[in-house]
Write a protein that binds this ligand. Structure first.
Ligand code: GLV
Ligand code: MG
Length: 326
């Protein structure tokens, strides 16, 4: 282990993150009663420019009046390049009461963006005597943001998670996409050479590099990596497969842009009963080996290393968090 200890962000369940437009206050109560781990009320791209001020008012009212239970509540503010952002921050913190947990910052491009927001949020919180410090969720969704992702991840003690905003990322990198967060059949190669009569078309995942890069930056700074939207909410199998591949790479959660996607995300991102059973057996085997004074631990004829023990501990802890939240 390095002498540098990676401090972990606040431990929060973040299997599913439900997006709710700030301009649709009729959806707030349903979102609060849903199974989503986190709800973010959106002031940014789901809200048309002429509705920004009204949406901000709706969100402030919703924060004060809706019973959010034990859910984590976030507000996505507008970008730093817009004339809305400063008022989003000031009004939402000053008038939104104590219930808000996180601010989601879109299109973060540099560490200085996060620093500037931290400064503004700190001033408003201090001026109000707000003792509950807001955490930051940062969306990595531009080429600039991805190029600076490591510095961004380490830019503030408020940082809790990095989110892959695939829709804007595609626009920013000018990637050729077919739909939000989905695969593109053109991203593949022919196997073999021209003289091979059995050439296959081998598909790849065009988002692999971006997600993997973001996961490493997030984990190196103790943050949660979260996969962003999947646009076709009538395609549960497609959603599950994209969520699964993000989970395999280390993501802890995925956005739900429709309530239908919440349970799918919770299932894919939570440990399965089989995984949990195996994790518990690994920990039991380790405890037994320690009792017997054995150095090496094995289970089902396979050696268990420290890394698998850590993974098992993480899984059991997550299951406990899920049970506590139920
Ligand atoms: C999310 O904001 C995205 O652009 O995908
Ligand atoms: Mg976006």
């Amino acid at each position: 282990m390095s002498f540098t200890i990676v401090e972990q962000a606040a431990a929060r369940l973040n299997r599913s993150e439900l997006a709710v437009p700030g301009s649709s206050p009729q959806m707030f109560a349903k979102a609060a009663a849903s199974n989503a781990d986190i709800v973010f009320l959106d002031l940014e791209d789901a809200v048309a420019p002429d509705q920004k001020a009204e949406a901000r008012k709706n969100v402030i009212r919703g924060l004060n009046e809706i019973d959010w239970g034990r859910k984590t509540v976030s507000v996505r503010i507008n970008g730093l390049d817009t004339p809305y952002m400063y008022r989003d921050v000031i009004d939402v913190i000053e008038e939104g009461g104590d219930r808000l947990d996180l601010l989601m910052i879109p299109k973060v491009g540099t560490a200085a963006d996060v620093y500037a927001l931290d400064m503004l949020v700190t001033q408003v919180e201090d001026a109000m005597g707000r003792t509950k410090r807001l955490g930051f969720e940062l969306i990595i969704e531009t080429a600039l943001g991805m190029a600076n992702v490591e510095a961004i991840a380490g830019a503030s003690k408020r940082n809790e998670s990095l989110h892959f905003g695939v829709a804007d990322y595609a626009a920013s990198t000018r990637a050729r996409t077919t739909m939000i967060g989905g695969p593109n059949p053109d991203y593949g190669v022919l196997t073999g050479g021209a003289d091979d009569p059995h050439r296959d078309y081998h598909w790849g995942d065009m988002w692999h590099y971006a997600i993997a890069r973001m996961v490493v930056a997030a984990r190196a700074h103790g943050l949660r990596p979260i996969d962003g939207p999947f646009g076709d909410f009538s395609d549960p199998e497609g959603f599950k497969s994209q969520a699964n591949r993000a989970a395999v790479l280390g993501c802890e959660g995925k956005w739900a842009i429709h309530p239908k996607q919440i349970d799918l995300a919770n299932t894919v991102m939570g440990p399965s009963a089989t995984d949990l059973d195996k994790a518990r057996r690994i920990l039991d085997a380790m405890a037994e080996a320690t009792r017997q004074g054995k150095g090496a631990v094995s289970l089902d004829g396979r050696l268990i290393d420290i890394a698998s023990i850590k993974q098992a501990e993480g899984m059991v802890k997550k299951a406990e968090q899920i049970a506590a939240a139920a």
